[in-house]
Design a protein around this ligand. Structure first.
Ligand code: V47
Length: 457
């Protein structure tokens, strides 16, 4: 046999190992993940270290498929920043400006309401609103913003304010006390919820490590405070997301610790909702959960009985379905965010490459066994990479976005819009079936300009 033929045969034998051969350690980890065992940090290190990245992707895809079948989620949304003025000057951030500096902006309520109306006209189901830590805006600005949107666009879900902003608002409202920070956080979240807040986005988590925090995010809230904000939000019945910003001064082990801290927080959130322990899985057919006897799982996010019951990655933990959103209070989605150095004080760093992005997302799917969703945020990953990620553990690619100011990939402007057709094409290209969802992952049904979400059994 010629060398070329031998190489080809080796490729064929090794499958997605792409000629390097399968790494038996990954096969073992994948088998354990699929058997429902929670992976340890050392497993995570092996997933990061192996040259056999395709087996890692394949394992993540298997887990993702078991959770969501072929569904690839997207939404019709708008991102909006009310201000880029920020009291902090984080080294990793290219978004912030100082008051009065060129390019600084702060939107008034009329502007925001105009954006909300425009979003509704364009069919959006969600508005994602975040901003800098503005030193002078009063607390009433934020509640006024929410209630004005709520009045102008009652059906629009408002996902707003990172945990960092929530703590800032507690300070602005003078309810944040170092010896009882929880009371202030609860007060702020309670007022915002009354005014129309629907859920919390996942931003501001960065990397839960004090060394990394001090080097890149000094001045921002630390992991314990971020997790407290999300816990209180969950206790108030709000769902939330989580991010990890990787590829700067952290080590891969730090990423794994971050993921572990998140899944422990999710264990507690699910336990509060009555899920979590072996035996806590609700009976088949009740509350939208479709666990068959002796088979731990839940019915996929579906309308009909034909949808298969799916087994979770980890027996004993049953994830809430959209039907449970009337009793919200858990993490929905992990969003791995690759660091973009351009324009930041960390410009000298290279940022993560494509394979590192793919691998980190796949590892997140495998480690975060109690997170229902993994999002490849196309704005930061690019639509082409997000497509690939749909085969490597992601089940969601965010939405139509339109304006995005926090990062601008490859010289793009603030206007970063894609169409529903583009999102659907990208999902189909990955071999998945596009499913429009709302913020709470309920399926959206459209009839012309009107849309509804069905509550699931
Ligand atoms: O918290 C800031 C990150 C985040 C940079 O919840 C940067 O559905 C890369 O959280 N390079 C905001 N990242 C974005 C965010 C988000 C996005 C999409 C969906 C959801 C969701 C949440 O962007 C910040 C920060 O971690 N970020 N600067 C940068 N130079």
């Amino acid at each position: 046999m010629t060398t070329a033929a031998a190489t080809l045969e080796q490729h064929a034998r090794s499958g997605p190992g792409r000629g390097r051969g399968r790494d038996p350690r990954i096969a073992d980890i994948a088998a354990r993940a699929l058997a429902g065992e929670r992976l340890g940090l050392d497993d995570g290190e092996a997933l990061f270290a192996t040259p056999d990245i395709w087996s890692v992707c394949e394992a993540a895809d298997a887990v993702r498929t078991r959770l969501h079948g072929d569904a690839g989620y997207f939404n019709v949304n708008r991102h909006m920043n009310y201000s880029n003025v920020c009291a902090l000057s984080c080294r990793f951030c290219e978004f912030y400006r100082k008051q009065g500096e060129e390019g600084a902006y702060t939107r008034d309520t009329a502007y925001v309401v105009g954006q909300a109306r425009g979003a509704v006209e364009a069919g959006a189901t969600e508005m994602h609103i975040v901003g800098g830590l503005h030193p002078y805006l009063p607390f009433e600005y934020y509640t006024g913003l929410l209630s004005a949107i709520r009045a102008a666009a009652p059906a629009l879900h408002i996902k707003a304010f990172t945990a960092v902003e929530i703590v800032h608002l507690a300070r602005i409202a003078k309810v944040y006390k170092a010896d009882d920070r929880e009371a202030g956080i609860r007060w702020v979240l309670g007022r915002l919820k009354e005014a129309g807040l629907g859920s919390l986005p996942g931003g501001g988590a960065e990397v839960f490590d004090d060394r990394v925090h001090d080097e890149a995010f000094k001045g921002k809230i630390r992991s314990d405070v971020w997790l407290d904000v999300h816990r209180v939000a969950h206790e108030l019945g709000l769902n939330s997301n989580a991010t990890i910003l990787y590829g700067h001064v952290e080590h891969r082990r730090d990423r794994l610790v971050h993921m572990d801290m998140l899944r422990r927080a999710q264990d507690r959130a699910l336990a509060r909702l009555g899920y979590g322990g072996v035996g806590a899985v609700p009976e088949a057919g009740k509350g939208g959960l479709g666990a068959a006897p002796g088979h731990l799982g839940y019915r996929a996010e579906a309308f009909d009985d034909a949808t298969p019951v799916i087994t979770l990655t980890r027996p004993g933990v049953s994830l809430p379905t959209p039907a449970m959103n009337s009793r919200g209070g858990y993490f929905q989605t992990i969003i791995p965010l690759p660091f973009f150095p351009d324009g930041s004080d960390l410009e000298g760093l290279p940022g993560p490459g494509g394979l590192e992005n793919l691998r980190t997302l796949a590892v997140a799917r495998l480690m975060l066994d109690n997170f229902p969703h993994v999002k490849a945020f196309w704005i930061m990953q690019t639509l082409a990479m997000a497509t690939l990620m749909m085969q490597c553990g992601a089940d969601d690619i965010d939405g139509t976005v339109v304006w995005y100011d926090i990062t601008k990939v490859g010289g793009s402007s603030t206007h970063q819009e894609t169409t529903v057709a583009d999102l659907q094409r990208a999902i189909r290209e990955a071999g998945k079936v596009p499913v429009e969802r709302d913020t709470l992952y309920r399926r959206v049904a459209r009839d012309g300009a009107a849309w509804t979400t069905a509550e699931h059994r």
